[in-house]
Design a binder for this molecule. Structure first.
Ligand SMILES: Cc1cc2nc3c(=O)[nH]c(=O)nc-3n(C[C@H](O)[C@H](O)[C@H](O)COP(=O)(O)O)c2cc1C
Ligand SMILES: C=C(O[C@@H]1CC(C(=O)O)=C[C@@H](OP(=O)(O)O)[C@H]1O)C(=O)O
Length: 387
């Protein structure tokens, strides 16, 4: 990988870290744009009490000077304000106090498999890292990747298409249409569907349920030919799918018309090519042969309902082996709008990596020049037919 992103941090530990390695020098970072993404990830109807405690902000501790990248690894820190309430329970060093252990694994969370695999006795030793609090660090890293893409006129946006059984066909496709998405409490462009989604979340939450849904990311301005058909590891669809499904609670990924393509005949499934290399449809969602086509990239992620339920599911007490109710603690009830922002971050990181693999240089100007030369070469390759 040309661009590497890694995170560290536990949900109630002192804070989260993200390191982004492989960026060119000379990339201008906008502090406000970074913090705006952090705030967007905290929003959405259905989030729990923790979001009233946290005020996520990015501290840059390496790799940037006077707002520009140096070409060295960029280190980003996000504090956990809630750590103040957990200082003893999450102390890196032994404490005198008796710390109660958690022995009630939640079905659907990492609790049981993580405990057995790592040989822990306390479920907290698993859940702290499994928690999607970690996505705050991903969004910080993703904001840096987005800055690189934006410098190349590529924009990454998202919106929500489904919450539980409430869905919409309204799809923003132009940059301007996405402005309204951030104003919606569920990040949905369709006001009628958004109201029904809010109502659905409220009613399900009152019934002690959690709720899943579907988000969609649209990327505009990509050049043709990121990724490659020549080997499975180079296929961009594979890399994007892995990044999307690495998001906690994301259980499905679709490109373009996705699963619906399986039911169609070929003549209604593919995007015909017209003189000038123009397409009138985008069933493929901007990917053919593991490469970008130059059309908008359209990717959806399906979120399962959150595993922690306020009326807990059946589980087993790991101290006694007896049947018991799963751990019940403060929880989100619906995180689809937040996961959409995490989706943007993960997709931006994969795309920034793909851009740097193809056009990589030590300075942003080298990347820009390589991209411009490539666009010119592509434009010269096929004659434009006389009208
Ligand atoms: C932004 C976000 C917030 C989440 N909040 C919660 C939560 O409050 N409670 C919970 O049980 N799961 C929450 N999850 C989901 C769990 O982290 C996830 O289900 C768990 O790590 C197990 O991974 P898996 O669902 O991919 O198998 C959240 C996920 C995301 C993306
Ligand atoms: C902290 C975040 O999400 C957390 C993800 C999460 C989980 O189990 O994944 C459980 C909850 O943590 P807590 O028990 O502290 O309320 C969420 O709030 C966040 O998104 O910043």
């Amino acid at each position: 990988m040309r661009l590497r992103m890694t995170t560290a941090g536990e949900s109630h530990g002192p804070g989260l870290s993200c390191i982004v390695e492989g960026l060119p020098a000379g990339l201008l970072l906008d502090r406000e744009a970074l913090d705006e993404d952090m705030a967007r990830r905290q929003l959405g109807h259905g989030r729990g009490g923790r979001m009233r405690i946290e005020r996520d902000r990015v501290e840059v501790t390496a790799g940037v000077r006077h707002g520009r990248t140096l070409g060295s690894p960029v280190a980003l820190q996000v504090a956990n304000r809630d750590h103040g309430n957990w200082a003893e329970r999450m102390s890196p060093w032994p404490v005198d106090a008796e710390i109660p252990e958690v022995h009630l694994p939640r079905p659907g969370h990492a609790d049981l498999a993580g405990l057995l695999k790592y040989g822990h006795r306390d479920v907290r030793d698993v859940l702290e890292r499994a928690s999607a609090r970690e996505t705050a660090a991903r969004v910080a890293g993703g904001a840096v990747a987005k800055a690189l893409l934006r410098a190349l006129d590529v924009e990454v946006r998202s919106h929500v298409t489904r919450i539980g059984d409430v869905a919409t066909d309204v799809r923003p496709r132009e940059l301007a249409a996405f402005a309204a998405v951030d104003e919606s409490p569920v990040r949905c462009l369709d006001p009628e569907a958004a109201a029904a989604m809010v109502d659905h979340i409220t009613r399900q939450r009152k019934a002690n349920e959690s709720i899943g849904g579907v988000w969609e990311v649209v990327v505009l301005g990509l050049p043709v030919g990121l990724g490659s058909h020549v080997s499975w590891e180079e296929r961009l669809d594979g890399r994007l799918a892995a990044a999307v499904c690495s998001i906690q609670a994301c259980k499905g990924v679709e490109f373009g018309d996705g699963f619906a393509l399986a039911a169609r005949p070929g003549s209604a499934a593919h995007d015909e090519i017209f003189p000038g290399l123009v397409r009138h449809t985008n069933h493929a969602g901007g990917l053919e042969g593991g490469m970008t086509t130059g059309e908008p990239l359209v990717i959806r992620g399906a979120m399962k309902p959150i595993p922690t339920l306020t009326r807990p599911l059946r589980s087993v007490d790991l101290g006694t082996g007896e049947a018991a109710a799963a751990l019940r603690e403060r929880t989100d009830s619906c995180v689809v709008p937040a996961a959409a922002v995490v989706g943007e971050a993960m997709i931006a990181l994969v795309l920034a990596d793909a851009v740097l693999r193809k056009f990589g240089g030590d300075h942003l100007d080298d990347v820009r020049a390589a991209l411009a030369a490539y666009r010119e070469r592509c434009a010269a390759l096929v004659p434009v037919a006389a009208a």
